[in-house]
Design a protein around this ligand. Structure first.
Ligand SMILES: C[S@@+](CC[C@H](N)C(=O)[O-])C[C@H]1O[C@@H](n2cnc3c(N)ncnc32)[C@H](O)[C@@H]1O
Length: 292
């Protein structure tokens, strides 16, 4: 079960009022939307998006909201279909949910390959559409693979790993997570000094590439800000520096243009208590602005 991250901090900052329209761009397990509904006794209109149809199905079953399977990069299309011209608050809680990770508890054929700890098909698509992680590893040229490992994973061994991937696929195409973990471990053997698993950065990079996460974020920020009404609030929770940089720069530019003000002075991070209860929250950063 997904535990919502920075729940009270984000919902306090968004300050959704009775009768307003709230866009939850990343429904996941619905944790943030549930809190908004609870605080306002259901007297709020919530449009919920998730590119994962399973998250949307579950949200429809348990919540009285308008949930759509869609990438937030297409939020203008969804709002257009609903004839909504302006919204009051938006949340993007980025990345994947624990539920997507833990599909890995299902039989191996069903897991989606987000975790390097279990042997599963190397898929990594949140939307279940388009090329998989295995397709990328088996068909992109060496330089392109090196670039995603370096650019999206900040992986120091990107060149060596990319070279070995290309050598390996000639012998046997990549199919499962452990095929990739084995390749990374040949370049970066495990050491007691490692704070993180040697394959962490490679997996992060591939997931970002498969789901075009950074492009979606840039487009979602632009379109979301455009459709916010006067005094509309925009909150984003990011989980790594590449995402946070995009959010920070986008918000900074709107503030410089004097079309928005900052609500959270510094990025808000989880308390020691939250990190203890939910270790996955440790890298989270919340930034919030208000449109003028
Ligand atoms: C961290 S979870 C959200 C958790 C949710 N706030 C909660 O507390 O239950 C992120 C969710 O956003 C979805 N997601 C990630 N990027 C997306 C995008 N660009 N458009 C739509 N959904 C996205 C993922 O499929 C995942 O279900």
């Amino acid at each position: 079960m997904h535990k919502p991250v920075l729940l009270h901090e984000s919902i306090d900052a968004l300050d959704v009022q009775v009768g307003e329209i709230f866009l939850d761009g990343t429904l996941g397990g619905g944790g943030h939307s549930i809190e908004v509904l609870r605080r306002l006794d259901g007297k709020v209109r919530i449009i919920g998006l998730d590119q994962d149809s399973k998250a949307v199905e579950l949200a429809r079953e348990k919540l009285n909201i308008e949930a759509k399977t869609e990438n937030f990069r297409n939020l203008d299309k969804v709002l257009g279909e609903l004839s909504i011209l302006s919204i009051d608050a938006i949340l993007f809680d980025l990345g994947i949910s624990t539920d997507q990770f833990e599909e890995s508890d299902l039989p191996a054929q069903i897991g989606r390959g987000f975790s390097f700890l279990r042997d599963e098909p190397l898929d990594m698509r949140m939307s279940r559409e388009g090329p998989t992680a295995a397709d990328i590893l088996n068909s992109w040229d060496e330089h392109a693979i090196e670039l995603i490992l370096r650019g999206f994973g900040e992986e120091k061994f990107s060149r060596k790993i990319a070279r070995l991937i290309v050598e390996r696929r000639e012998v046997k195409p990549f199919k499962t997570t452990f095929d990739l973990v084995g390749t990374v471990l040949e370049v970066k053997p495990r050491s007691w000094r490692d704070r993180i698993h040697p394959a962490t950065k490679t997996f992060q990079a591939l997931r970002i590439a498969v789901n075009e996460e950074l492009t979606a974020l840039e487009i979602g920020l632009e379109k979301g800000f455009k459709v916010l009404g006067q005094n509309g609030r925009f909150a984003v929770i990011s989980f790594h520096s590449l995402e946070d940089r995009i959010v920070k720069n986008f918000f900074r530019d709107r503030i410089k243009e004097k079309v928005a003000i900052q609500i959270t002075k510094k990025p808000v991070t989880p308390s020691a208590e939250e990190i203890q209860i939910n270790p996955r929250s440790r890298s989270a950063k919340l930034r919030v602005i208000k449109k003028l």
